[in-house]
Design a protein around this ligand. Structure first.
Ligand code: G6P
Ligand code: MG
Length: 217
């Protein structure tokens, strides 16, 4: 690898830089309770990393709902979710996450956000970390959500770094799938049964060791 090779690290947001899974869960649970749909914490685990629409479709299972109702329910869940972010602050950045982003930058990598969430700009703002990133690709940036590679490819395009020179940090199975489909190096953060198919796996963001990843990639 030449020193001039420009590389990038693309970070998923929810579950990697902050843990919003509980707020997403509470939003879906409230909607499900109001609409008498079966749902619980265990069912919520399957939604990790899915777009808002895919999450609702997974929650609905076999139940058929027309498009206007889908739109209304997605909007309601989002209202609950956004309201629950009112008290979010820089204290809600996961331990080691900012250090990991800074480490990537110190190694000369460009850094980007690749998040399925349409709320990513709001969450980054509340966490006070927007300015750390060279590019942001979010749920508004592409049509096809993860596990399609589109979002990560769009982040790479915005950084002007070839996909094969990008490393993705992800906590969701669908996100690891998206990184692999994009031809990028995938770092999974979480348990083996969720992200064990990534090229590298660490238990938490604080455990991610870029020495290991970048030496090998
Ligand atoms: C992230 C979260 C998912 C969420 C998705 C869309 O990937 O992990 O739980 O459904 O973003 O978020 P949004 O804020 O657009 O509803
Ligand atoms: Mg995630």
């Amino acid at each position: 690898m030449s020193d001039a090779r420009r590389r990038a690290v693309i970070f998923d947001l929810d579950g990697v830089l902050t843990d919003t899974a509980e707020q997403h869960y509470l939003g879906w649970q409230r909607l499900a309770d109001e609409e008498h749909l079966p749902f619980d914490r265990a069912a919520n685990e399957a939604l990790r990393g899915l777009s808002r629409r895919e999450s609702l479709l997974a929650l609905l299972g076999d139940r058929e709902v027309d498009e206007p109702t889908l739109e209304t329910w997605m909007a309601r869940k989002n209202d609950y979710y956004v309201a629950s972010l009112a008290d979010m602050s820089p204290a809600d950045v996961l331990p080691g996450a900012v250090e990991l982003v800074r480490d990537a930058k110190d190694r000369g990598c460009l850094v980007a956000i690749g998040s399925s969430s349409r709320n990513a700009p709001l969450v980054l703002d509340k966490l006070g970390i927007t300015q750390l990133f060279d590019a942001i690709a979010d749920g508004n940036s592409v049509e096809r959500a993860k596990p399609a590679p589109d979002l990560f490819l769009e982040a790479a395009r915005r950084l002007d770094v070839p996909p094969q020179d990008c490393v993705v940090v992800e906590d969701a199975a669908s996100g690891v799938d998206a990184a692999l489909a994009a031809g990028m190096v995938a770092i999974g953060v979480g348990p083996p049964d969720r992200v064990g198919h990534a090229h590298f796996r660490f238990d938490t963001p604080a455990d991610v060791d870029l020495d290991v990843v970048l030496a090998d990639a």
